[in-house]
Write a protein that binds this ligand. Sequence first.
Ligand code: PEP
Length: 684
Amino acid sequence: MQQPAKDRLRIVAVWLCRLIVGFTFIISGWAKAIDPWGFLIKTGEYLQVWGLNLPRELVLTGCVSLACVEFCTGVLIATGSLKRLAVWVAAAMMSVMLPLTLYIAVESPVSDCGCFGDFLIISNTATFIKNVVLSALIVYLIIAGRKVKGIYAAPIQWLQIVVTVAFPMILAFVGYNIQPLVDFRPYKLGTNLFGDAGESSTEVYIYRKGGVEKEFTLDELPDDSWEFVDMKSVGDETNGGFEVRDDSGLEMNDELSDMDGQVLYLIVSDPDVQFLSRVHLTNMLYRRAESQDVTMIGIAGATGSTLERWISIAKPLFPVYSAAPTALKQLVRGDAALVYTDGGEIKWKRTLSSMNADFGDGEWASDSLENIRPVDDGRYHLILLSIYLASMIVIYLLSLSPKILRLFVGIPKKIRNFAHSKNEHNTITLYHTMRKNIVAGNWKMNTTVPEGVALAKEVNEALKGFKANCDVIICVPFTHLCPVAAEIDANVLGLGAENCADHTSGAYTGEISAPMVASTGAKYVILGHSERRQYYGETSETLREKVALALANGLTPIFCIGEVLAEREDGTYNEVVKRQVEEGLFNLSAEDFGKIILAYEPVWAIGTGKTATAEQAQDMHAHIRAVIAEKYGKEVADNCSILYGGSCKPSNAAELFAKPDVDGGLIGGAALKCADFMGIVKAF
Ligand code: PEP
């Protein structure tokens, strides 16, 4: 069916917003995950401004979790998966980030907000504007995005999430323990540690007056009316440059940059937090370097008593100089890390702790330092990224095959049920549901008796060779009940009628009563089907009678409800369905209500080929359950099986049945072919 132009425009607009919001979150989460040290340092700056002193492990866990959630939310939004949840998570993040970035834009407590790490540095004002735009797009997605289907089928989305969380977690793990897999800072592999020979940095001082920030060099510092904000080093193009001084304060840059051959620098950017447990390894490393004609030099981000204390503990056999901690943190990530240079050119960098393995097995002494492979040259990142993208493509391709998709259907539901069944064994059962998954066929006025018997036998045989994960029922014309009952195995296949009279017996020519149906061996009866309401004028009043008689004769009513197209379009569908349930069934006791199976069948979807989306079905089923809970309580509502009906077929059953409140289907057209009907049964 051709979609109206308005719908097409909305779909395009939603996808555009999804891509913009999704990719912004993806890049932001990725840039943080790839360099957890950078994010940790930036978060530390914020905490310092607010006077908060939190344990580093806690801050690190928060930083990595935030990066993963941001990345995963971005991927889910960009692919249209978990549509509602993903957008609400993004909205929750924005509700914190928007006021925070407004404050940062106005007050400038930190020089840059760190949204995209070192990958992309944007001004605080630009960050705020970006967040205003994102918030507007997220609000649009909340309003208009629900009805636009995503790329991945619902049953497989949890697998997409697992893979998507794993990717930034691996990035963060390597980034924290070894080095970021991609280096966006000035001291990349291949650059000269001290810039062009002898060239050191110029310090630039940032001051603020009346909300305006300006940079000054040392000889042009402003008067007292300016407030100091920050200081930064500006060097040559290849790196920021930094000053190294010995203990007497003498600058060592010239001497270090003149050094030939290979040098191993131990960089301890913050000797205060340097793990003492690894301090002894530094001298072992020194011996290893010495045996390979590599000069070892320490550079610490401290002077005076802090440096002296560290030296007195580490007792380094190599010279230790000092430099500004900020510059050292830019050079290499980690409290204590190594930078290996050859002729001044950076060959590899890694944390000291990542060298532990080499110390442990005793091989370190013979292993050449020269041969250590850098992790931050982009190769490993490319490999990981390719594996991640390939997995996402494979998951997508898997979801195209209904057969494979079926394997994934209901896995989260099964896990939930497993958790509940575990609860049952405990003394206190918090939540217990007995509702069944059911697939019921409604043959309507189709097939002759011999044809119907043959079809029933075929379904019965197919079910025997296969363990269905749901109850299977066929509701057949009255004329078929007896012969079909004689041919099928009631333990495998349930039998039902499509209607019954609102009287028990008497002068009602042409009618079939509930006791008559029950006497054939049938156990179910469809009541209130929209075709009977529409063509035979069935009202809630007659339906109440029919339900009571069915129950009194041991039949289980499959009670149908659903709105017509006009009611869906004018937005009154929730009210309409609520009224049908209330008027048709709410005269029952809780015990009798517990015997009813409900079937939500939007009339506009019956026999039209137009299915309600899985989300529309889920929304309505949850609404119906809430209506029941209001009247009979949560337990009765949770135990009620609510089936979906309306152009349900093998290709869409899996997605519909994966929804937590959809407990199966009432199947019309597709119940008339054994293969199609079984395809739907197998969706469970
Ligand atoms: C029905 O009539 O109950 C029904 C769901 O029909 P179909 O599956 O053909 O839409």
